[in-house]
Design a protein around this ligand. Structure first.
Ligand code: HEC
Ligand code: HEC
Ligand code: HEC
Ligand code: HEC
Length: 157
């Protein structure tokens, strides 16, 4: 056979050999060895343990209910009912042991990220009642006038 047929074939064989070599080096030992095999168990066996070891940072509001019942009740029946406590106070982690208390952020930015009026008609974000932060009482914190756990009510302080 003429060499112009063989030459591209050498390249193909070379590439296949390279891929197989790279595979043995790159694919971890425990890849695809789970019960579901290589075909369906498309992950490292060790990755299961990795995920089990991940520390859960967020607890959701059901957890807060036990100790901050008043805030929970206020929030539950408010226009903010869909917002998790931790969205404003940060992840609870091991609270109240570690950290013993959570962040209280009274800056306007906390509210502006959802309430700056944006012209996105038809999107969920655009539907949230908006204000213009530059003209809506720019001198004061929002929580001076609005109670964050139920913004239908006036601020409680
Ligand atoms: C097992 C009881 C318990 C649970 C559950 C709990 N907390 Fe607390 N929390 C406390 C205690 C105790 C303090 C410190 C005393 C205080 O200031 O009220 C505290 C303080 C706070 C503070 C600061 C209060 C302040 O005046 O400085 C915030 C904010 C807070 N918790 C939010 C939350 C949120 C949000 C959750 C749910 C993700 C939660 N907590 C779950 C017991 C709890
Ligand atoms: C929209 C944001 C937001 C959400 C959601 C929210 N908080 Fe707050 N929270 C605040 C802000 C801001 C303050 C400070 C209010 C102030 O000083 O007037 C505060 C204050 C607090 C305080 C301490 C001060 C106080 O008034 O006694 C606690 C405790 C607290 N929140 C718990 C919770 C819990 C529990 C939830 C969920 C059930 C929750 N918060 C949901 C923004 C929020
Ligand atoms: C994660 C997004 C988010 C954050 C953060 C947030 N809000 Fe809201 N807020 C909403 C949604 C959603 C509604 C309900 C829909 C609506 O009224 O447009 C709402 C409603 C309101 C309303 C209208 C209440 C009524 O009369 O119906 C006020 C006022 C308000 N929020 C103030 C605040 C203040 C003050 C803060 C900061 C402490 C804050 N919000 C933080 C999403 C947010
Ligand atoms: C000095 C008091 C005061 C401060 C500070 C203040 N507001 Fe208001 N806000 C009001 C009053 C009063 C109304 C109702 C009348 C109106 O629409 O202006 C209102 C209305 C709103 C509404 C409802 C608008 C609507 O279309 O129904 C939202 C949302 C809101 N404020 C968010 C905020 C946010 C976010 C901040 C901080 C960046 C803030 N407010 C700061 C007094 C205040």
């Amino acid at each position: 056979m003429k060499s112009h047929v063989w030459r591209p074939l050498y390249i193909v064989v070379g590439v296949v050999a390279l891929v197989l070599l790279a595979r043995t080096i790159l694919v971890p030992e425990d890849f695809g060895i789970g019960e579901r095999g290589y075909m369906y168990g498309w992950h490292r066996k060790g990755n299961e343990a990795d995920w089990k070891a991940v520390k859960v940072k967020y607890k959701t509001m059901d957890f807060c209910k036990e100790c901050h019942q008043d805030k929970y009740n206020d929030l539950r029946h408010s226009p903010h009912a869909a917002i998790q406590c931790e969205n404003c106070h940060g992840p609870a982690l091991g609270h109240p042991d570690d950290p013993p208390t959570l962040t209280i952020d009274r800056h306007r930015d906390l509210c502006i990220r959802c309430h700056a009026r944006l012209p996105y008609n038809g999107s969920g974000r655009g539907a949230i009642r908006g204000i213009n932060p530059e003209t809506h009482h720019p001198e004061a914190e929002c929580v001076l006038c609005h109670y964050p756990h139920n913004p239908k009510l006036e601020a409680k302080r």
